[in-house]
Design a protein around this ligand. Structure first.
Ligand code: NAD
Length: 353
């Protein structure tokens, strides 16, 4: 099949890691008989340098016309002093908003080979971890009315039933593709928005009798994530709770260079990116770990292109590469072989079967 991918390398290590992810996609294309075409677009600091804007209109329009978007990372010290309205990070908000991406998927995966990087006791993460946090991305307190006076301030948290319903549907659909266990996180003992959230999730649940649903208050969920993370399969929650819990879940895995993410809308379109930033300290030095970006294209194949076997093949290739003891510096441990960004990409591509 033919797929059109908008590629936005961005700044810092962005071009280094995106190059390796495309290498792996090309290998998938040749093994499985697909055709991926890439259109490289500007966003972030490089876009400010070339056009004066972090997200040129052309980038948004061409991204909209693609089947999905692969993003590296944006930002860096070079643009720290530009006015806040045109900072590189504005490109991220512009893309998420402009593309209508309301559903953020943040898997927290701990490969058993990297268990020593996990800050939790080994017995708690035996066999690895695989949690999917589904975060509502365009509603709630980050987008509500806000005001500040001399001695008071407020931020409004508001949700419509439809906003909750559409993210709940996404979460149940994802749970159906995984272990059919969904935890909805709210603060329904205090917040009215959470009571609407819980009632709406329960309503959607009627269409998914195979999925085991439970509800947790957000304070309890934060505690359970470090007490017994293996109890979770899919977690769905509103914007601010999701922001906090997805960071907590990813820290449990211990390695920032390993974690992918996806931002989706109601149809199959999505934007895929590693969770880490542009790591200006190691940019262009063949030191960055490309695995988070490579795992992001695996998510693209699974969620945008409905190619689960190909997605599995990439994830297995990453795992096989780790089994071979191949490591970039950030995940290096004794007895393993230290490689650079390009050699890591080569190794994973070679392991795609
Ligand atoms: P960062 O994630 O870029 O780096 C934090 C640390 O992790 C650094 O030591 C870096 O070298 C290391 N690191 C990150 N990714 C790595 C990888 N793939 N392989 C090996 N090591 C890796 O976070 P930061 O330093 O806070 O931010 C740097 C810039 O990135 C800032 O301009 C920030 O605004 C931007 N940023 C962008 C995004 C994004 O584009 N989505 C996200 C976060 C930060």
């Amino acid at each position: 099949m033919d797929f059109k991918i908008a590629v936005i390398p961005g700044d810092g290590i962005g071009p280094d890691i995106v190059r390796e992810a495309l290498k792996v996609l090309d290998k998938v294309a040749s093994c499985y008989g697909h055709h991926f075409s890439y259109e490289t677009l500007l966003a972030g600091g490089v876009a400010i340098d070339e056009t004066g804007a972090p997200l040129p209109e052309e980038t948004l329009e061409k991204a909209k016309a693609a089947d999905s978007v692969l993003l590296g990372a944006v930002g860096g010290p070079k643009w720290d002093d530009v006015p806040s309205a045109i900072r590189p990070e504005k490109a991220l908000l512009g893309l998420r908003g402009g593309l209508g991406l309301f559903c953020n998927l943040r898997p927290a995966m701990l490969f058993p080979q990297l268990a020593s990087a996990c800050p939790l006791k080994p017995s708690m993460v035996e066999g690895g971890l695989d949690i999917m946090v589904v975060r509502e991305l365009t509603g709630g307190i980050y987008f509500g009315k806000r005001e500040r006076t001399a001695d008071s301030a407020y931020d409004v948290m508001a949700y419509s039933k439809e906003e909750v319903r559409r993210i709940a549907v996404k979460a149940f659909d994802i749970a159906m593709k995984r272990n059919r266990k969904l935890t909805s996180v709210d603060k329904a003992n205090i917040l009215e928005t959470s009571r609407l959230w819980r009632a709406t999730v329960d309503e959607v649940a009627k269409n998914y009798p195979e999925v085991a649903l439970n509800h947790l208050y957000v304070d309890n969920a934060a505690m359970q994530l470090v007490r017994n993370p293996k109890q979770f399969d899919v977690i769905v929650t509103e914007n601010m709770f999701g922001d906090i819990l997805s960071d907590e879940a990813s820290m449990v895995t211990g390695s920032i260079g390993m974690l992918p993410s996806a931002s989706l809308r109601g149809d199959s379109f999505g934007m895929y990116e590693p969770i880490h930033g542009s790591a200006p300290d190691i940019a262009g030095q063949d030191k960055a770990n490309p695995l988070a970006t490579i795992l992001s294209v695996a998510m693209m194949l699974r969620y945008s292109f409905s190619l689960p076997a190909e997605a599995d093949a990439i994830e297995k290739a990453v795992s096989d590469t780790l089994d071979q003891g191949i490591r970039t510096a950030d995940i290096m441990s004794e007895g393993c072989t230290l490689v650079g960004t390009a050699a890591m990409g080569d190794a994973v591509a070679a392991n795609v079967r």
